[in-house]
Design a protein around this ligand. Structure first.
Ligand code: GLV
Length: 323
């Protein structure tokens, strides 16, 4: 009998066709993700789950699926929505999709950095409001990149890819990343500094750490206060790394100059959220990996993890057990 799986969203055909070729696939067809209880019902009795970062995968969900559940395959690199400890305690491996979205996410971090530094959204709004009546010597002045200091919080795959891009813009590079190897940093031209130094020295600060209990609200009111009043914060990791009410206060009161965010807390943000009315905040809807090629790769990788898991094989890309 072919293994049965639940796929919690319609994902690119590059992955879906693989899943269909190997499994009896129950695919959630709607734009909105399945509500928790529906996910619970649809997963009951299935051998595998292919999920996204929208799905909350906790111990209760895993238990209610039944003892035949063999794998949880997430189509994302981050997995803070999954209770990894609970899954591992029950012998269920978790797959994710590292590597293939590194460049797309680094590209977006850089796009956001340039967008905020050079006030692109304000410029677009200025034209749409009919205010472009002449070339103005003093209008819409932004920050320079060349010669400025880019701080990278987390020098993993994506942080390193951002560093490589930044070199082309003549930025000075510093990073805070307790696990980074000094050799890698040296090769990238990045100086490793403490968290406090990162906050103090950065003209632009870009976040590339996963969300976990150690990083939740790492950028809080106290951290923001240490930053330069001219600094711009860029976040393409997870919204929860930043204390968002503290960020809103900091943006309102000039504690920092601007923020450019691909991720927020919660997601999605309601259209009337205060963050969205701030002129010095640029917000896009969690599109770090949203390029056609990247999403195809992610879908294929998630399908390969799923198929390996339901066949009792080691996953090609497994999340390590919690330490
Ligand atoms: C996207 O945010 C991912 O973790 O892949």
């Amino acid at each position: 009998m072919r293994p049965s799986v639940f796929v919690s969203r319609v994902i690119p055909e590059a992955g879906l066709s693989l899943v269909r070729a190997h499994c009896e696939a129950d695919i959630w067809p709607e734009v909105m993700p399945p509500p928790y209880q529906v996910l619970q019902e649809r997963l009951r009795g299935k051998d595998g789950l292919l999920c996204t970062l929208n799905d909350r995968i906790d111990a209760a969900l895993i238990d209610s699926a039944g003892p035949q559940l063999k794998v949880i395959s997430q189509m994302a690199v981050g997995y803070d929505n999954i209770d990894v400890r609970a899954a591992h305690a029950r012998g269920i491996p978790i797959g994710n999709t590292p590597g293939v979205l590194t460049d797309a996410t680094a590209d977006l971090a850089f796009a956001l950095l340039l967008c905020a530094a050079r006030r692109l959204v304000e410029g677009i709004e200025y034209i749409r409001a009919g205010r472009w009546i002449t070339w103005e010597p003093m209008a819409l002045l932004g920050g320079d990149l060349s010669g400025a200091t880019l701080g990278i919080l987390g020098l993993g795959r994506i942080g390193q890819a951002v560093a490589r891009r930044a070199r082309g813009f003549d930025l000075r590079l510093i990073a805070c990343s307790p696990d980074a190897s000094p050799e890698d940093a040296l090769k990238l031209g990045v100086e490793l500094v403490s968290f406090d130094e990162l906050l103090r020295q950065s003209d632009y600060l870009t976040i590339h750490v996963p969300l976990n209990p150690q990083t939740r609200h790492l950028i809080d009111a106290a951290a923001l206060k240490q930053m330069k009043p001219s600094a711009i914060l860029v976040n393409t990791s997870r919204g929860g790394v930043v204390d968002q009410p503290a960020l809103i206060e900091a943006l309102r009161n000039g504690v920092i100059a601007g923020a450019a965010l691909d991720v927020t807390d919660p997601e999605p943000l309601p259209a009337d959220h205060p963050l969205l009315s701030l002129p010095n905040a640029v917000v896009v809807p969690h599109i770090g990996s949203a390029s056609r090629r990247t999403r195809d790769h992610m879908a294929r990788m998630a399908a390969e993890n799923l198929i390996a898991g339901v066949s009792g094989q080691p996953l090609p890309h497994a999340v390590p057990p919690p330490g």
